[in-house]
Design a protein around this ligand. Structure first.
Ligand code: ADP
Ligand code: MG
Length: 397
């Protein structure tokens, strides 16, 4: 199924591996507040060091836009990684140049060095070949384990693979195997659930899901735009005016396959302690806004989900960060957790909502990558995967 070479295909003894990880983790004043992505990289890192390689790690963190932004340094991430691995981890405050070169050359088998945020250089997102070649010069092998960044052709995710033999790490392999297998030949009934903030980010996904899935359930702010397109006055709700025409077309095309909320929890302000009430979509009071799906919608969506053989879910049903508006997402998550068929959740906020509900263990696969998993759902190829050596046809060196 996964047709790329992985670190299992390489004799690692004595090799220095440049590993692209997805360490784009939330930081609060220099403390990693969610280490899920760090823990997800451990199988690959442990395998590399146990098999005699030394490791140079690189990642982006946030959007520093090509400048050095001290609050987006990977230094605290290296520290956290060292705790998780139970061994010391080096750090250099650069990702290319003589200092980095010297630190990389000093590494002995089993040692790990973390480089500074690749996006401190504008060449990273520009996929600049000279910058990619400099990164490549640090190692003998490139390992891409950054599934969450695989949909971007940047220097450290794609460019570098033009200069080094490139293979996948275990996280990449697992994500693609799971999502790829489920999406290539989906089992039916296939129920897709979409929510979250923005419809414009997810139009391609909606179109593809309307083709592939038996039912598409839409909640969250995304539903507001559809509800507005269906003729409802959504008052102060978050609606993407510029997508309304498109949403109209999609509603027409979808027919019964698309289900929108039949009731909403609305609030008189965007805040945790706002007044709230449950209304039908044609009855949102002036100045109020949709914050969650209502109880009848939860019931309807749960009934559809119950019989599914495959459920793919991206995007929360409401503003789950505010406890009073988390109920819809939580109740639907409980329904999905009970499904006997395959269940997949993708997206950073969706994964956080599932975690918050304590249901991560009851979902078959919670993907670490939002954008990348959406592009897979859409049927697109991921540049950070395409560039890796093919299992059957490519030689290693
Ligand atoms: P993911 O990260 O899982 O892909 P998104 O980033 O697309 O999800 O969307 C998550 C965000 O959508 C959350 O911050 C949530 O508060 C917001 N959201 C969901 N429903 C609403 C709503 N009705 N109004 C405003 N924001 C919403
Ligand atoms: Mg998000």
């Amino acid at each position: 199924m996964f047709n790329k070479k992985t670190i299992r295909d390489v004799d690692l003894r004595g090799l220095r591996a440049l590993v692209r990880v997805d360490f784009n983790v939330p930081l609060d004043e220099g403390i990693v507040t969610d280490d899920t992505r760090l823990r997800a990289s451990l199988p690959t890192l442990n395998y590399l060091i146990e098999n005699g390689a030394s490791v140079v790690l690189c990642s982006h963190l946030g959007r520093p836009k090509g400048e050095v932004v001290p609050s987006l340094s990977l230094r605290p991430v290296a520290k956290k990684l060292s705790e998780l691995l139970g061994q010391s981890v080096g750090f250099v405050a650069e990702c290319i140049g003589p200092e980095v070169q010297a630190a990389a050359e000093k590494l002995k088998a089993g040692e790990i060095l973390v480089l500074e945020n690749t996006r401190f250089h504008p060449e990273e997102t520009a996929n600049d070949p000279a910058f990619a070649a400099e990164l490549a010069s640090l190692a003998d092998l490139f390992v891409n384990d950054a599934f969450g960044s695989a949909h971007r052709a940047h220097a450290s995710t794609e460019g570098v693979a033009h200069y080094l033999p490139a293979v996948a790490g275990f996280l990449m392999e697992k994500e693609i195997t799971y999502l790829g297998a489920a999406l290539e030949k989906p089992e039916h009934p296939y129920v897709a659930i979409l929510g979250g903030a923005k419809i414009s980010d997810k139009i391609g996904v909606v179109e593809r899901l309307l083709d592939q899935a038996d039912q598409l359930l839409v909640g969250g702010a995304m539903a507001n735009t559809f509800l507005a397109a269906a003729g409802n006055d959504m008052a102060a709700s978050l609606v993407e005016e510029e997508s309304i025409e498109l949403a109209k077309g999609l509603i027409k095309k979808a027919g019964k396959h698309l289900m929108l909320p039949v009731d909403l929890v609305v609030a008189d302000a965007f805040s945790e302690d706002a007044a709230k009430q449950v209304v039908t979509p044609d009855d949102v009071p002036d100045g109020w806004r949709a914050m969650d799906i209502g109880p009848r919608t939860v019931e309807k969506f749960s009934d559809v989900v119950e019989d599914a053989r495959l459920v793919v879910w991206n995007g929360p049903m409401g503003v789950f960060e505010f406890e009073p508006f988390a109920a819809g997402t939580k109740a639907l998550a409980e329904a999905v957790a009970k499904v006997e068929g395959t269940t997949i959740v993708g997206g950073g906020d969706s994964a956080a909502a599932i975690q918050q509900a304590g249901l991560t263990d009851k979902i078959d696969h919670v993907s670490t990558g939002g954008g990348a998993s959406l592009e897979l759902i859409e049927g697109k190829k991921l540049p950070g995967v395409e560039i890796l050596l093919d299992r059957e046809t490519d030689d290693l060196l």
